[in-house]
Design a protein around this ligand. Structure first.
Ligand SMILES: *[C@@H]1O[C@H](CO)[C@@H](O)[C@H](O)[C@H]1NC(C)=O
Ligand SMILES: *[C@@H]1O[C@H](CO)[C@@H](O)[C@H](O)[C@H]1NC(C)=O
Ligand SMILES: *[C@@H]1O[C@H](CO)[C@@H](O)[C@H](O)[C@H]1NC(C)=O
Ligand SMILES: *[C@@H]1O[C@H](CO)[C@@H](O)[C@H](O)[C@H]1NC(C)=O
Length: 886
């Protein structure tokens, strides 16, 4: 039996890693499914997008881009925008300025022109030099309308064209042309009904002549007033007198053209940012052309042939659902991992696997390292799959943003998410509570920065350039990175320490729930059936047992204990009073020593404090006062060292369903620092010792084991690595008699070099396995001794039963009294009587003779003689102790 020493950090990590790898290999499909989730989600997104597109096309009756029915250029690409002849905006015929009401300017046309719809279009002019102004206004408008159809646009530029329609949202099409309504040719004079046909591209339209009037005003203030009054709000008669445009030539002379222009922009549709100035250039060209003519003579001209918007990409692909709903959708996709991690962490706690691993020497460091590494690996794979599927499917969201920015962003976020999951999991001990709603509040915080980052990706992808490292600070993304980094670090630290505090037993956890359910189980008393005799004289045993142990322990502590594996020194546990109840004493100052090689059995009713005691010894609870030494290590100070030489067989099997028996033992063996061939050998021996070796049982998943096999595996686990101390909590509960016997043999074989503390409700088990027994009642050991001693001391009597007809009852009683005057009748019911006969008073042969003589005198239906059982002892001690308390 070699001592393997404490496993190093890396040995523990290695053990856990190998176990987890084995475990995850068995759950490979769960992992693959998890990693494939993004694929399904991306496909889902894609199909939603396709569906939506189809529906949208239908709803909007949107024909293919470029066809005649395409409603506008909002979505379609425009690789080659059309050339548009520049036009002036002119007022509708019925609102052009006339001489009427508050608008008495004498040079304006008569109101009568409105009836014939021949009102001229008025422009105003001012400046420092009137003669120059007059000269310019005379050449402002062209002559009669004329085009060369084989050279359309340049020849159109010679004419001054106007429209009453506003420009559209964009500058790709001009409603003035495409609507098919007449275009106006502004000329100094019109002949009646002069119109010309014109085909521009696909539109056929006609050109109408309208007179252009260029009037001089004395100052720009005057023009301002006139334009203001001309809009309909300016006149009480609600008559509009619109001026098409106006120029202030300022100090223009033969060397400089210096001009201000009034133009009306309110007719453009769309918001203020959507007002293309497409109607302004022609106004400028008009005045500069007139100025050139003034300088150089009527033969010169500047041609303004067309305006043309720059080519444009299709906005259709940019309006993809991924980029629009991306942040929300992907936040959700990435957050999906969070509950997976928390649930998995809490599962290990709820199933107490974490604690049992700890009890077998797995430190918190290796546990954290390996679990963290696992979750990080899974998360990274998950994100990689999300990004690569997304890219393959063609979502700009992933393709346009720099992959390295995305990777670093997700990587930091995933670390943060895992850290938060660890923190959250420390607060829950049950999977169920995790899913409750306030956890959502917790996830909001990192989810917030995640959303922010994803939103930036979406915005950048939507605008077509994507996020690059260079523009992080511009968009504020750098802060998101910093926040996540800091938060991750802080959370991880906090989570580690909270976990340390909670699992090192400051607060009651896991096992303790049972023991806090107060007071001894009253059902014990109802079980204490007919023949129990409450023996008040034995009340002093408490003191006796206690004093003996106390003296022994104190002596050992003075000498420096060596031979004893377990020494409890005044170990005490008191639960603080809650809700006004007084504090509950679970273990009242206990002294106990258990040497190596001894199996110490603990009997006692539920709630007596056994579990609290075991929990203190296994490090789940901190003692209120006192301490215990295990192999010389103090359980209050050196619990981690204690764990290296401790084995635990919990009441309920804590096994991984999918791992085989061999894999369990390999894992726990490695935790106990057994390596190489020695490990293999130890596992084989262990499997053989619990009869799990033959028939390939060792390589079957533990989930398929029968109850007995599971128990045996648990026992094997608790003994692997030759621990010096093993605690067994009701090891054979729920087993059939054959399995039980089997298990007992296993335990008995294993105990040679080990101190075992075993709790049980089965007297048979206690008698079979234990070298010494203690009866634990109400927080203390009421008596200690080996089973035979106890029976002799507390049992000391035979139980004699005889059944006759009722009329012979008295004779039977008298016969019994004859051979034993101190016999007590403990039970009596219609002919059946039960007596307790002190052993020292009778010889069994006398009893047999008495029965024979009775049989010869009357009919004896049945009779029986029994020795006291350990059960009787237990009931007596338990009930007497409880009775003396109440
Ligand atoms: C006004 O312009 C004319 C040329 O059109 C020029 O002869 C005259 O000197 C200018 N008058 C003033 C005051 O500048
Ligand atoms: C019309 O334009 C074509 C091509 O520039 C030119 O050859 C032709 O002479 C023009 N016709 C007139 C009447 O100006
Ligand atoms: C503009 O000035 C001229 C002469 O300088 C003057 O006769 C005329 O009344 C003025 N017009 C207005 C509207 O003030
Ligand atoms: C500008 O144009 C709009 C629309 O054609 C018209 O209602 C408004 O009166 C015009 N404003 C002026 C000052 O002429």
């Amino acid at each position: 039996m070699a001592d393997h020493g404490q496993a190093s950090f890396w040995t523990q990590a290695n053990a856990l890693l190998r176990k987890n790898l084995t475990y995850q290999r068995k759950h490979i499909w769960t992992n693959v499914r998890l990693v494939l989730v993004p694929l399904f989600l991306c496909l889902l997104l894609l199909s939603i997008q396709l569906l939506l597109e189809a529906v949208m096309n239908k709803v909007l009756d949107m024909a293919k881009c470029g066809s005649k029915d395409a409603p506008n250029g909002d979505y379609c690409p425009i690789p080659n925008p059309p050339l548009l002849p520049p036009m002036l905006h002119i007022p509708e015929p019925e609102s052009r300025a006339v001489k009427a009401g508050l608008f008495p300017y004498s040079d304006l046309p008569d109101l009568s022109c409105r009836k014939t719809k021949t009102c001229p279009v008025t422009m105003l002019l001012t400046g420092n030099n009137q003669s120059l102004g007059k000269a310019l206004s005379g050449t402002m408008f062209g002559g009669s309308f004329a085009v060369n159809t084989s050279d359309l646009l340049p020849s159109l530029a010679d004419n001054v064209l106007g429209t009453t329609l506003g420009a559209g949202m964009d500058s790709f099409r001009d409603p003035g042309i495409t609507s098919g309504l007449p275009i106006y040719s502004i000329q100094p004079q019109c002949n009646a009904n002069s119109t010309w046909p014109l085909s521009l591209g696909k539109t056929r339209t006609e050109v109408k002549c309208v007179q252009g009037l260029c009037l001089w005003r004395n100052s720009s203030a005057e023009i301002n007033k006139e334009i203001f009054k001309g809009s309909w709000r300016g006149t009480p008669e609600r008559m509009t007198n619109e001026i098409a445009a106006a120029y202030d030539l300022l100090s223009t002379d033969g060397k400089n053209l210096d001009v201000n222009i009034w133009y009306n922009a309110t007719y453009y549709s769309g918001g203020p940012q959507n007002k293309p100035l497409v109607r302004v250039p022609r106004l400028i060209s008009l005045v500069s052309n007139a100025y050139l003519k003034f300088l150089k003579g009527p033969g010169t001209k500047i041609l303004f042939e067309f305006v043309k918007e720059v080519p444009k990409n299709s906005t259709k692909s940019n309006s993809d659902i991924a980029s629009l709903f991306g942040p929300l959708f992907f936040t959700w996709v990435v957050l999906l991992l969070f509950p997976v991690i928390v649930t998995s962490l809490v599962y290990e706690k709820q199933e107490r696997l974490r604690i049992i691993m700890k009890m077998h020497g797995l430190g918190d460091g290796p546990y954290w390292l390996i679990s963290y590494a696992y979750f990080l690996t899974i998360s990274v794979l998950y994100i990689l799959s999300l990004v690569s599927f997304g890219s393959v499917i063609g979502l700009n969201y992933f393709r346009l943003n720099s992959y390295s920015v995305q990777f670093v962003f997700y990587f930091i976020y995933l670390n943060l998410q895992i850290a938060i999951a660890f923190l959250v999991s420390t607060m829950f001990s049950k999977v169920k509570t995790v899913t409750e709603k306030w956890i959502i509040v917790l996830e909001l915080f990192p989810g917030f920065s995640l959303f922010r980052g994803l939103h930036e990706f979406a915005q950048a992808a939507f605008h077509g350039n994507g996020v690059k490292w260079g523009d992080l600070s511009e968009s504020g993304m750098d802060k998101v990175f910093y926040i996540m980094l800091v938060e991750w670090f802080v959370t991880l630290t906090v989570a580690y320490f909270v976990d340390q505090v909670l699992t090192s037993g400051k607060s009651p956890c896991l096992f303790t729930k049972k023991s806090t359910t107060s007071l001894p189980d009253p059902s014990v008393e109802s079980q204490s059936s007919d023949n129990v005799l409450i023996d008040m004289e034995k009340a002093d045993v408490t003191h006796e047992a206690e004093t003996n142990q106390r003296e022994k322990v104190e002596l050992m502590r003075i000498e420096g204990s060596t031979g004893h594996a377990i020494v409890c020194d005044n170990l005490k546990k008191v639960y603080p009073g809650r809700d006004g109840n007084p504090p509950k004493i679970a273990v009242r100052g206990m002294y106990l020593d258990v040497p190596s090689g001894e199996c110490f059995g603990m009997l006692g009713p539920n709630g007596a404090g056994k579990t609290s005691f075991i929990n203190m010894m296994t490090g789940l609870l901190k003692p209120t006062s006192g301490t215990a030494l295990v192999q010389g290590w103090d359980i209050c100070k050196d619990m981690n060292k204690v764990y290296t030489s401790m084995g635990v067989c919990p009441q309920h099997d804590l096994l991984w369903e999918t791992l085989t028996g061999r894999e369990h033992l390999l894992f726990y063996g490695r935790l106990k620092n057994i390596k190489g061939p020695a490990l293999k050998q130890a596992v084989e021996e262990s499997l053989k010792s619990v009869s799990l070796f033959d028939g390939g049982v060792a390589d079957k998943p533990a989930g398929k084991y029968s109850g007995g096999m599971k128990r045996r595996l648990s026992v094997a686990i608790s003994f692997i690595g030759n621990p010096k101390v093993v605690y067994m909590d009701e090891p054979s509960t729920g087993l059939d008699p054959a399995s039980r016997k089997n298990l007992w043999t296993v335990i008995q074989r294993a105990k040679q070099d080990t101190a075992i503390i075993l709790t049980t409700h089965s007297m048979e088990e206690a008698e079979f396995l234990c070298d010494r027994l203690g009866i634990f009642v109400d927080g203390g050991l009421q008596c200690i001794g080996n089973p035979r001693e106890l029976k002799g001391r507390y049992g000391g009597s035979y139980v004699f039963t005889m059944t006759t007809s009722s009329e012979h009852e008295e004779i039977v009683e008298r016969l019994v009294q004859n051979i034993s005057p101190n016999a007590k009748k403990v039970y009596h019911l219609s002919g059946t009587q039960k007596f307790e006969i002190p052993k020292q008073e009778v010889m069994i042969s006398d009893l047999f003779l008495m029965v024979e003589s009775a049989k010869s005198k009357f009919t004896v239906f049945a009779w029986g003689l029994a020795d006291t059982t350990l059960e009787d002892v237990f009931f007596k001690v338990a009930t007497s102790a409880q009775a003396s308390l109440s």
